[in-house]
Design a protein around this ligand. Structure first.
Ligand SMILES: [Zn+2]
Length: 270
C-alpha cells in the first residue's frame, strides 16, 4: 500500500489517521493504517492541524463546547489581568465545564498568587477571537480533510487506492494539502449558531452538531467538498483553487447548503 499524500510505501507504518482532529470531537471518521504514512500523519498534526486548533477562535469554541485535548485536559485560552498600574499580566487559563458551571484554572502561578492576595488586580480581559483564520492555513487544513473524506467514502472499492494515487485531477489538491504552494480559495459562511440543536432522525430528539461533511458534484462537472464545523460551512474545490463554480451553484439554489439538499436528506433516511 502507498500513502495517499507522499506516495511512499507504507507496509511498516502504524498511524491511524483522524480525518478531522480528535480535539474537534471526531472519534468516528478515521482511515486505517497504511493509508496515510506515519511521516505525513505527523507532519499534518504539527504543521497544519496544531496551528489551526491553536487559533484563539478554535480554542474559544472548543472551550465552549467542552471539548478536551487529546490528553484529556481542558483547552487553554489567553487571559489578560489588569493590575493597579494599568499594565496587563498575561496568562493561559483552562476552562472545564462542571455541570452548570465552568471551572477556571489559572495556569500562571505568579498571576494566581497576585489574584489570591487581592493585589490590585481588578479586571480580566479575553482576547477577541477573529472569525477568519489566515487563508493559507485553513485552505490546507480543508484540503487535507477533503482528500481523506473522499478516500474514506471509496476505501472499500477494489483497487481504489492505486487508482486514486494515479488520478491526475486530484493530484493538485493532495500536493497542496501536504506541501503547500499557492493558496486555494475556500468559501466560508455561518449556517446556524453553533449551539443550535439540530433535528435528529429520531423525532423529538436533538443533538448538538459538531461537524458534518459531504461532496457536491455540480452540473459543470466540478467536485466540491463541503464541511461544517460548529455551524460554520467551509467549501473547497477538489479540482482547482477557484470557488467560482460554488458561487454560481449557490445563486442557482437559493443559497441552501449542499449539506441539506434533497439528495442528502434522502440519503440520510435510507
Ligand atoms: Zn506520506
Amino acid at each position: 500500500m502507498n500513502c495517499i499524500f507522499c506516495e511512499n510505501e507504507t507496509s511498516t507504518d502504524r498511524s491511524i489517521e483522524h480525518i478531522i482532529p480528535e480535539s474537534l470531537g471526531n472519534k468516528d471518521h478515521t482511515l486505517p493504517r497504511g493509508v496515510v504514512c506515519d511521516k505525513c500523519n505527523n507532519y499534518f498534526a504539527r504543521k497544519v492541524e496544531s496551528p489551526i486548533l491553536d487559533l484563539e477562535y478554535f480554542k474559544l469554541t472548543r472551550n465552549e463546547e467542552g471539548l478536551f485535548n487529546k490528553r484529556g485536559r481542558p483547552v487553554t485560552i489567553t487571559a489578560l489581568f489588569k493590575d493597579e498600574t494599568g499594565g496587563y499580566l498575561s496568562t493561559d487559563i483552562g476552562i472545564s465545564p462542571d455541570g452548570d458551571t465552568l471551572n477556571i484554572h489559572i495556569l500562571n502561578e505568579m498571576v494566581f498568587d497576585r489574584i489570591r492576595s487581592g493585589d490590585g488586580i481588578n479586571e480580566v480581559m479575553f482576547l477577541k477571537a477573529p472569525m477568519e483564520p489566515p487563508v493559507g492555513l485553513l485552505g490546507r487544513f480543508l484540503a487535507k480533510i477533503a482528500v481523506e473524506s473522499f478516500v474514506l467514502r471509496l476505501l472499500d472499492a477494489p483497487n481504489f487506492l492505486q487508482d486514486f494515487i494515479r488520478e491526475e485531477s486530484l493530484k493538485p489538491i493532495r500536493k497542496y494539502a501536504r506541501y503547500g504552494g499557492e493558496d486555494w480559495v475556500y468559501h466560508q459562511r455561518i449556517l446556524y449558531p453553533r449551539n443550535y440543536p439540530q433535528p435528529d432522525l429520531i423525532p423529538n430528539e436533538y443533538y448538538q452538531c459538531l461537524h458534518e461533511f459531504d461532496f457536491l458534484y455540480t452540473t459543470d462537472s466540478e467536485l466540491y467538498f463541503v464541511l461544517a464545523i460548529f455551524g460554520v460551512e467551509y467549501v473547497i474545490n477538489m479540482g482547482n483553487p477557484s470557488i467560482d463554480g460554488y458561487q454560481r451553484w449557490l445563486e442557482k439554489n437559493d443559497y441552501i447548503s449542499p449539506l441539506y439538499t434533497e439528495k442528502n436528506i434522502q440519503a440520510m433516511k435510507v
